[in-house]
Design a protein around this ligand. Sequence first.
Ligand code: FAD
Ligand code: MG
Ligand code: MG
Ligand code: MG
Ligand code: MG
Length: 553
Amino acid sequence: ALLLTAASSGGLVAYADSAAESAPEAPKKKVLVLGTGWAGTSFVKNLDCSQYEVKVISPRNYFAFTPLLPSVTSGTVEPRSIVEPIRRMFEKKNKDVTFYEAECFKIDASKKTVHCRSAVGTNLDGNGDFMLDYDYLVVALGATVNTFNTPGVLEHCNFLKEVEDAQKIRESVIDCFEKASLPNISEEEKRKTLHFVVIGGGPTGVEFAAELHDFLVEDLVKLYPAIQKFVKITIIQSGEHILNTFDKRIAAFAEAKFQRDGIEVATGFRVVKVSDDLITTKSKSVGEEVSVPYGMAVWSAGTGTRPVIMDFMQQIGQTNRRALATNEWLRVRECEGVYAIGDCATVSQRKIMDDISMVFKLADKDNSGTLTLKEINDVLEDICIRYPQVELYMKSMHMLDIADLIKGAVGDSHKESMVVDIEEFKKALSHVDSQVKSSPATAQVAAQQGHYLAECFNKMDKCKEHPEGPLRMTGGSGHHFFRPFRYKHFGQFAPLGGEQVAAELPGDWVSMGHSTQWLWYSVYASKQVSWRTRMLVISDWTRRFIFGRDSSR
Ligand code: FAD
Ligand code: MG
Ligand code: MG
Ligand code: MG
Ligand code: MG
């Protein structure tokens, strides 16, 4: 033992000597990523992992392409085709990225640690818990379902969030058909068993209903001709219209198509209770309760907060919220080194009225106490970067330039000679903050946030002195300025079944029908995360075209 110590201390000295010649290398900072969904994988994929020691935690060792989950419920696409193993996704980065299949059940920001639990990796004491520390934590845990504490929903409804959920739905649908085919089942019982209810008329509920309808009319009714007349699909929506986050034209198109297809759309009803054979709804206008018998129900009426996020928000004083609040650089407020992206987070955009005096001062380069149009225009770009609501407001009011906005405050004078004082400046911008909008909980947002944050991390060293803030407004080091995250919307699709898709594209473009289905196929094929899953998905679609869907369990 003595010899060993001597040898190793000698080695240490030698190391110290050589380290003194070349600059000693600082240990890499530890980045811990929670979650391998859209946000988490997009972050790791775009991160220069050689700069950091990266660890990734998730209870599932795969990424799931959620937009195709509704297609899995009917067997149009196989579950294997939409998942990609995490270890394969990060194969090229294997040296630099460590993955642990475990669930994080506690984040302790004061100690900079997280507590995790593995479902399989119990040690000799039967304990699967372990702890990890971090310098930077990226929380990308996604959201969970929200039942709004409606009695019976957890026990009796299906959900559509995970791959296993989609598989379970498919099995339940086929179970219902087999059950209704049995000889000892009454007509009334058949009608009940074949009543499929979708609760929630958002994009997921609508797409699922459309998928189910196709599965029924294209495949199942041929195989179960004796019971086809008993089949019914109902969508229950509490709002006035389904697809209410889409353009009105799309909602109307969808409702008309569903009516032709015989899918009942019950709007203005809220589900208040679910038992094993009845769904009780309450009419929002009349207030009357009605119960309907059903065979299978899918609840897709809301997203909720994961318990670990709830607990974390409690710790850092973010109570009564549904998601972690971050600043525009995706950093969790009042919490050093913690970032949050995707469905578990929401960006709270700073209001320009809170900073109005500062903005005025920065713009007033000649300290005259008033702003000329030129002074405002010189900083307008910076203002719009820091407060995107200014641009959104001008667009929504069809204003071409800032002069139009100022005119409202100072009256219709000559544009060129316009001069405003602080009060007029305040008045001009007073309605702008009404345009602050939070980004939707979508894969598009999650992936863009992951990408953006990775770029921040890649440049962190360079930007350390000035990580955030409208620096160009204060003059100088413009190229260190880090733009806040800004979501770019590329449009959204609503598949409606029968080879028809509605699409809302940027610039108020709406496209509906069969041709849009081809756009949908090509976009979804191109968005696949690997050539392997792309091949699988395309061959699933082809197989469905030729042979129909598989109706075995
Ligand atoms: P997720 O993708 O949900 O990822 C969360 C990750 O955290 C998962 O890997 C999960 O396993 C992991 N995790 C969970 N708990 C823990 C824990 N305790 N510890 C560690 N890890 C944990 N969006 C679109 O833009 N277009 C669509 O067409 C579309 N269709 C959809 C269809 C369906 C059926 C569903 C359910 C969603 C759809 N979405 C769509 C929404 C999209 O899937 C989400 O917005 C997106 O998944 C959010 O990404 P995320 O990374 O925040 O969360
Ligand atoms: Mg994620
Ligand atoms: Mg996902
Ligand atoms: Mg979000
Ligand atoms: Mg001035």
